[in-house]
Design a protein around this ligand. Structure first.
Ligand SMILES: CC(C)(COP(=O)(O)OP(=O)(O)OC[C@H]1O[C@@H](n2cnc3c(N)ncnc32)[C@H](O)[C@@H]1OP(=O)(O)O)[C@@H](O)C(=O)NCCC(=O)NCCS
Length: 145
């Protein structure tokens, strides 16, 4: 397992992972704009190739985790936690003091991962996620020392 910054060569794989893991997947244009504006993007790689990615936007002393996903066949193996811990470490090194995120209120596995890494539940943003059925977002944050 290796975690490294993503490159443009990873985009096709990231788009596949995104389509398999996100109810409202980011488009290719959204990933390109994200890179353009300077968001930080990491991939987690195994022998067979890239199996996950994370994107965050640091505006020190704050930072926002915009996206994190592991391919369905590799979930539950501890890879998401390792990727999240790398994101936290990189933010700490950048001088970030508060890392925030939004998560669907129904996404229990992600919420328990975040809680076990020290994120606190801050607020609910009603109807944050659009789509046929709208869903509330849980806002969470991690204080980094
Ligand atoms: C959320 C996600 C990134 C976690 O990655 P993962 O590799 O599956 O997670 P890990 O194997 O590292 O597990 C970490 C923790 O997550 C929680 N978790 C993982 N799978 C779970 C499940 N099926 N049910 C409940 N909790 C679960 C547990 O707390 C677990 O810790 P534990 O193994 O010590 O109990 C991954 O499931 C994913 O890509 N989901 C779809 C995309 C998504 O929802 N992203 C988050 C958007 S905010």
């Amino acid at each position: 397992m290796r975690i490294r910054p993503s490159s443009s060569d990873d985009l096709a794989t990231i788009l596949i992972i995104e389509s398999l893991t996100n109810k409202i997947p980011w488009t290719e244009q959204q990933f390109l704009s994200s890179a353009e504006v300077g968001h930080h993007s990491l991939v987690i790689e195994e022998k067979e190739g890239v199996v996950g990615f994370a994107i965050y936007s640091p505006i020190v002393p704050e930072s926002h985790l915009l996206n994190i996903a592991i391919t369905p066949s590799n979930q539950g193996r501890g890879l998401g936690r390792q990727l999240l811990q790398k994101v936290i470490l990189q933010n700490q090194l950048l001088g970030v003091k508060s890392l925030t995120l939004e998560v669907r209120v129904s996404n229990n596995s992600a919420i328990s991962l975040y809680e076990s890494e020290g994120f606190l539940k801050d607020a609910i943003r009603p109807d944050y996620y659009s789509g046929v059925v709208r869903e509330d977002a849980l806002l969470m944050s991690l204080l980094i020392k």
